[in-house]
Design a protein around this ligand. Structure first.
Ligand SMILES: [Zn+2]
Length: 180
């Protein structure tokens, strides 16, 4: 198995992979600008099936002082506001995110009605590079599959790892609750 082989909970669709590579690479390129303005090192975007951007939000845990303001949660919140609904399922939306969703965001995605998730850097690598805690996770690819949510991972990983490495190297905050 290759180091950054793309994984999915369905038969890999090269067209979806190509779209996801384009979008996630772009998010990784934009992410440093958000970090400079005080955001955390994660960026998520939600698109409809026609390729229209519905929402794009970065992690704002520190700058908005809220522990659940992860990029995915912020993007879902913005999409629901934009479409004026708490159930996105009728809109057939896909969420693209620079790193694998944490345990909270997996729950948030499930309750939102998002139909597909594509992520960049896998959680294990995020934890190794940054020290962020991604939580304990079940086999979420299988769980999402049962709920009709498509999942693809390990997209544009090298680009994403570089952003995270720079985030740490530049002395940015790696926050987590005190567990002592
Ligand atoms: Zn999260």
């Amino acid at each position: 198995m290759q180091k950054n082989e793309i994984i999915a909970n369905e038969k890999i669709d090269e067209k979806k992979v190509a779209v996801a590579e384009k979008i996630i690479s772009q998010l990784q390129k934009e992410l440093p600008n958000y970090i400079t303005k005080g955001s955390g090192p994660f960026l998520a975007a939600i698109y409809d099936e026609k390729g229209n951007l519905i929402a794009k939000e970065a992690n704002s845990v520190i700058d908005e002082t809220c522990s659940h303001n992860h990029a995915e949660m912020n993007a879902i919140k913005a999409a629901e506001k934009a479409l004026n609904t708490y159930d996105l399922s009728a809109h057939n939306l896909s969420l693209y995110v620079t790193s694998e969703p944490c345990m909270m965001c997996l729950g948030g995605i499930m309750w939102s009605g998002i139909k597909a998730v594509y992520y960049g850097v896998p959680s294990k690598r995020v934890e190794q590079i940054t020290g962020f805690d991604e939580g304990f996770k079940p086999n979420w690819f299988a769980e999402f599959s049962k709920r009709g949510i498509v999942a693809y991972g390990n997209i544009a990983v090298e680009l994403g790892e570089k952003v995270l490495q720079d985030y740490v190297a530049n002395g940015n905050t790696v926050y987590q609750p005190n567990r002592e």
